[in-house]
Ligand binder design. Structure first.
Ligand SMILES: [Zn+2]
Length: 149
């Protein structure tokens, strides 16, 4: 890349916002019978809770005038109105229509996908979502990058 190219292009920067929320859930698939649910999910087939940590990473070009990818206050408001409002101090299986109405099991995998969906649709055009990293416990961490296979 020549110095001329660098001058005409804007730097692409990744920005991560970390938020914590507390939710109750149970792992239970309506497609499985009681015994199979118990065998599949073990202790997690009963209602219990987690203190989740979500790392929401965006990428975008740095605005030449503001010097920012996205105003953190704007990002914070998007997260507050989506992730925090729908998940914090909620029973995910009963209170979140995405899970309740679509028979989606509230695994950390599916919660990561849910967070992606609700954030991605609210971002301004110069910014895209890079990844959702969800810590369900200190030992279990899940990453969704918007990929389907
Ligand atoms: Zn759990």
């Amino acid at each position: 890349m020549s110095s001329t190219d660098r001058q005409s292009l804007k730097p692409l920067v990744y920005l991560t916002r970390i938020e914590k929320f507390c939710s109750a859930h149970r792992l239970n698939s309506r497609a499985l019978d009681v015994q199979t649910n118990s065998q599949t999910y073990g202790k997690c087939n009963a209602v219990h809770g987690h203190n989740y940590t979500a790392e929401i990473t965006l990428k975008g070009t740095v605005d030449a005038i503001t010097g920012m990818v996205l105003d953190i206050a704007v990002l914070n408001e998007i997260i507050a109105q989506t992730v925090m409002k729908s998940l914090d101090h909620k029973n995910i299986d009963e209170d979140v229509p995405y899970f309740r109405d679509n028979d989606i099991v509230s695994t950390a995998e599916n919660i990561s996908v849910y967070i992606w969906k609700v954030i991605a649709e609210r971002l301004p055009p110069n910014v895209t979502l890079d990844s959702i990293k969800l810590h369900e416990t200190d030992k279990n961490v899940f990453v969704f990058r918007g990929e389907y296979a």
